[in-house]
Design a protein around this ligand. Structure first.
Ligand code: GLV
Length: 389
């Protein structure tokens, strides 16, 4: 019997069946005890909505803008590493689904498909995420490649100078492509759809990197190079340099603290993303939705505030929007769709989230996403700004 998919959890269950364990676990886990990873979703559940009745619900729209660009709903696809290992050609498929839906797709530096490959399939909302590596020549070339590919925004990640301790990845011996150990081969043998897709594509390595950096031609070299190259000395001076070199819309990702939010404003960036990297970096950090109101209160008038972390439904998007996030990002939610059903699964994920957002907005008495504010939340159930005493 075909699986009837009605929510993001259905996509997750199907992805878990279809994606090799090493890559499913890579997407669907956090660092250390995974407490922040869990809190990201759990804290959304604590927030209660105010139902309104007898309000005209005709002519609804979830359309708005993020960094001045039109979006069908305030949701972008987050940059996620190794997306092309959840499904063959994963970044291309996800970019296509996003383009057709009218939301941005953000390509990770650590993607399998290259900027150039994805550019041929992405639309106006093609954004690129940058990790800062010690090899500044490589960074300059990446920025230039993103410009040449007409990327509409650069998302600069600031919270991964060093890698959070991810126990599942360490235990699974994560690599791309997977090392063909007996354990991996037995697992892959049960994932026929995935294996067939992978056999039919040439894109199985980090497409933005292999062939673009001297001495990096195979994965063994690349693993060593990556561990060595992520720059622990990244600072706000680098942000200024990157802003100048890029010259377009700049979004700073990984802000949790109000002092950093103020520095983000000073940097002249167009937006910041309140994010704890999906609970994959500092375990024990606040959930993103809990951190959001303090940052909105401090800098919301000076910079566009976005958020990611824990969004699994349109209701979560709605709550983030009510708490002041101009835009949100989904990572795992779209990866579940991709792993489950390829491009159709990403489209399904976007449709589910859109429907949930639209219905929730109507139940709460609004017809336009741009009018939604704190009035839709029940006082006492949502996080409020922490102010320095
Ligand atoms: C990379 O962005 C990761 O979180 O693994």
């Amino acid at each position: 019997m075909p699986t009837i998919i009605t929510n993001v959890e259905d996509l997750r269950v199907l992805a878990q069946k279809r994606v090799p364990r090493m890559f499913y676990d890579y997407a669907d886990s956090g660092s250390w005890t995974e407490s922040t990873y869990r809190a990201n979703s759990a804290d959304f559940q604590k927030i209660k909505l105010r139902q309104r009745v007898a309000v005209n619900m005709e002519n609804r729209s979830t359309a708005t803008t993020m960094v001045g660009q039109k979006v069908a709903m305030p949701v972008a696809l987050a940059p996620t590493g190794l997306t092309g290992m959840q499904h063959a050609d994963g970044e291309i498929l996800a970019a296509r689904a996003a383009r057709k839906f009218g939301v941005p797709f953000t390509l990770s530096t650590m993607s399998i498909c290259s900027i150039e490959d994805v550019a041929q399939h992405a639309g106006e909302g093609f954004w690129f995420q940058l990790y800062v590596m010690k090899d500044r020549g490589f960074i300059e070339r990446l920025i230039d490649r993103a410009k040449a590919a007409n990327c509409g925004a650069l998302v600069l990640t600031l919270d991964l100078q060093i890698l959070g301790q991810r126990h599942k990845d360490l235990k699974n011996g994560l690599s791309a492509p997977p090392k063909l150990t007996i354990k991996n081969m037995i697992n892959i043998a049960t994932k026929a759809r995935w294996a067939l897709g992978m056999a039919g594509t040439r894109r199985r390595q980090f497409g933005n990197i292999v062939g673009h950096v001297q001495g990096v031609s195979d994965m063994a070299n690349l693993a060593a190079w990556t561990a060595e190259q992520f720059d622990p000395a990244l600072n706000w001076g680098d942000v200024e340099w990157i802003k100048k070199r890029w010259g377009g819309k700049l979004i700073l990702k990984g802000i949790q603290d109000v002092e950093d939010a103020r520095l983000a404003v000073q940097s002249g960036a167009d937006a910041l993303i309140v994010s704890n990297h999906g609970g994959r970096q500092l375990d024990g950090a606040q959930s993103s939705i809990e951190a959001l109101p303090t940052i909105v209160d401090a800098v919301g008038k000076d910079i566009e505030v976005h958020m990611d972390g824990g969004i699994r439904s349109g209701q979560d998007v709605f709550k983030a929007r009510a708490l002041g996030a101009r835009g949100t990002y989904i990572g795992r939610a779209f990866l579940y769709g991709l792993g489950a059903m390829g491009e159709a699964g990403v489209t399904k994920c976007l449709e589910i989230i859109h429907k949930e957002l639209d219905l929730t907005m109507a139940f709460c008495g609004h017809t336009q996403i741009d009018t939604v504010g704190l009035d839709v939340l029940l006082p006492g159930t949502y996080p409020t700004p922490l102010r320095a005493g």
